[in-house]
Design a protein around this ligand. Structure first.
Ligand code: SF4
Ligand code: SF4
Length: 338
């Protein structure tokens, strides 16, 4: 893989579907609010696929239930991250950790890029991989993404990645806007491209099942994925109260069972689930006047949580929001993380 000068891509940044066009090299900030690349943390990680995981800082989405909010909403939440790490250093360290006794015991066999959203630092990640493959040409890589990238960025990712863990948060646009502040169309488009043209690289689609919020999305989403291929791997993750949804209830065991049944009824053959269930919390109460902006009850409920924490643009559209440089959601500190 060609070694890139990763600053070139940041001069008029269109790495993700926000297509901000800002010059990040001179400090202009787009929706992700990140100038240069930054690493939040890195560690050997036992969750499949076992790996040396590099969590990058920052994200292009503002998902209300983000479990990694300390990382994803950096820098506006003022949490500490490691910062810039030289790609060659990161590459050498990754290989040495994979080859260490602890890495071997764990069965760690790849570098796993997560975040936050790796796509906002895509050229940096390409540089790390190019350096790492100079030492180990066949080195495996996993790319963990929210899917909100341009097709061009997706092609770049598919050119280097061995496996992909691909989050899909919703099927309906207003649910996605309420949960994440963006349109769902590019995510479904990219999910379909991966499912049709790069099935061998797909580790799994991951769907966080949030009670009362994306419940109505599960069935059509499963049908959509099954229409691409019934063999596609899908994992449901039980929502745990977090970030702006800190008061909301966790996913009930029964709800997760229903998700799995709906996926199988849609024809999907490769369905799993994970995560802690039945964490108590609130249900069903709207916290703000957002009704007219959203068609579905689940979207209204999610948006009302955002409204109660200061998000005043509805339907949520972080790419066009005038408050983006002073977003109250990015600064929100939850009272609990489950
Ligand atoms: S949000 Fe996306 S397009 Fe905008 S600056 Fe960040 S990476 Fe670039
Ligand atoms: S205030 Fe604006 S930028 Fe912040 S989450 Fe709401 S819509 Fe997005």
């Amino acid at each position: 893989m060609e070694k890139r000068n990763f600053e070139n891509d940041l001069r008029e940044c269109i790495l993700c579907e926000h297509r901000c066009g800002v010059d990040r090299t001179c400090g202009e900030l787009g929706v992700c609010r990140m100038a240069g690349p930054a690493v939040a943390s890195r560690t050997l990680h036992p969750a499949p696929p076992e790996s040396y995981t590099i969590f990058v800082a920052g994200c292009n989405l503002k998902c209300l239930g983000c479990q990694n909010w300390t990382i994803s909403q950096y820098p506006d939440n003022c949490m500490a991250v490691e910062g810039y790490v030289d790609p060659r250093l990161l590459a050498v360290e990754s290989i040495s950790m994979l080859e260490s006794p602890a890495g071997a015991r764990m069965g760690a066999d790849r570098i796993f890029f997560s975040g936050g959203e790796p796509t906002i630092h895509l050229p940096f990640i390409e540089s790390v991989i190019a350096e790492a493959r100079r030492f180990r040409p066949g080195l495996k890589v996993n790319y963990d993404t929210n899917g909100f990238m341009t097709e061009k960025s997706l092609m770049r990712v598919l050119a280097f990645t061995t496996s992909m863990t691909f989050d899909i948060k919703a099927y309906y646009d207003d649910t996605m806007r309420a949960i994440a502040g963006t349109s769902v169309e590019p995510v479904l488009r990219n999910a379909e491209i991966v499912g049709r043209t790069a099935r061998d690289k797909l580790w799994e689609y991951r769907i966080v099942a949030i009670p009362e919020i994306n419940e109505d999305d599960i069935k059509p989403l499963c049908r959509f994925l099954a229409s691409i291929s019934r063999e596609l791997p899908v994992a449901f993750l039980a929502f745990r109260p977090n970030f702006v949804l800190d008061e909301h209830c966790g996913a009930q065991r029964e709800f997760i069972r229903t998700c799995v049944e709906q996926a199988k009824a849609a024809g999907l053959k490769n369905v799993t689930y994970a995560g802690m269930t039945n964490i108590p919390g609130n249900t069903g109460t709207l916290r703000g006047e957002v009704k007219e902006a959203y068609e579905r009850p689940g979207a209204r409920l999610a948006a009302s949580y955002a409204h109660s924490k200061g998000c005043s643009t509805h339907p949520r559209d972080c790419g066009a929001c005038r408050s983006a440089s002073n977003c109250p959601i990015k600064k929100y500190i939850p009272y609990r993380n489950c």
